[in-house]
Design a protein around this ligand. Sequence first.
Ligand code: NAI
Ligand code: MG
Length: 366
Amino acid sequence: MATHKLLLLAGDGIGPEVMAEVKRVAAWLDQAGLASFAIEEDLVGGCAYDAHGAAISEDAMVRAKAADAVLLGAVGGPKWASVPYEARPEAGLLRLRKDLQLFANLRPAICYPALADASSLKREVVEGLDILIVRELTGGVYFGEPKTIMDLGNGQKRAIDTQVYDTYEIERIAAVAFELARTRRNKVTSSEKHNVMKSGVLWKEVVTALHERAYKDVELEHNLADSLAMQLVRWPKQYDVIVTDNLFGDILSDIAAMLTGSLGMLPSASLGAADPVTGKRAALYEPVHGSAPDIAGKGIANPIAMIGSLAMALRYSFNQGEVADRIDQAIAGVLASGKRTGDIAGPGTETIGTQDMGKAIIAELD
Ligand code: NAI
Ligand code: MG
């Protein structure tokens, strides 16, 4: 069995607490012969700034590039509120995304039956929900030039952001979505606003052409982004894979995330291009939540989003979908047995801490 080189960047706040449970699960998988890991650890975020004066060291970047996958906990917190802009904790994360060219952000929204009542929507709308949002992460209006605020000299200012997409950027993100759909329910919904945006016109054209050329077996539909936002809240189960640009993806993935309850439950992946020779893709896996300074150090953070990120690494980087399924089933089993961390417990429900949740997931795996 291939040994997976994992770099763990636990980061700040609750990062190290939830990462400890990933190590526990990885050690169990290793010992059970289900997966083999060679684990290295390094710093990112505020803790890296404290140690090196930068949110990620050059050495850590070298190790990140050499790893098969990087797992990141969370960065930031009030302690670093006044560090210089270039060294702020988020800069470590942005540097990883940029240098590893992680253009595809995968955000699953899964609703475990045991938690369906925690959603703000009705149980029948969300129970069993399993959708995947594929967001373009390195292009679009967050990066396009010109990007400026100019003084018009008449007491007015003008702010400009520019949405730019080239064919290859749309093609490569759409290809990721089609490939993923083939491993799921074989349906892709592509979303833009071709009715009012030129980038939307090109987006739709390129996705349609790629579909014709290489993915005819996958069902493809196009939804305008505003209408998709409505549909996600009305009847989300009609979707499988949703592919969209950086801006719309930012918003739509947050909507989808909240359909299913707590931040503490949500993993994510960011993938780069596959190397044409080795097939290896740069990949960063991290929970959607931040460093949660309000509960850091108390041992009560929910480790499920972080453990789910390890499951995504097994699925998307290591081609071990069956092992990822086992982890997901163990999480579902623990939730079905009524065990809850504070963030997902109803009022008056007994809760367990971070370590006990990690141990419960291992007991369920066992
Ligand atoms: P947050 O996600 O850290 O926390 C929001 C709320 O959710 C808090 O009440 C927190 O206690 C709770 N929460 C989050 N994760 C949880 C978990 N695993 N278990 C139980 N409860 C959990 O977002 P917030 O408060 O806006 O940001 C705090 C810090 O984290 C800031 O410095 C922010 O910049 C940083 N941040 C970092 C991110 C990253 O590393 N990717 C993403 C978002 C925020
Ligand atoms: Mg967002």
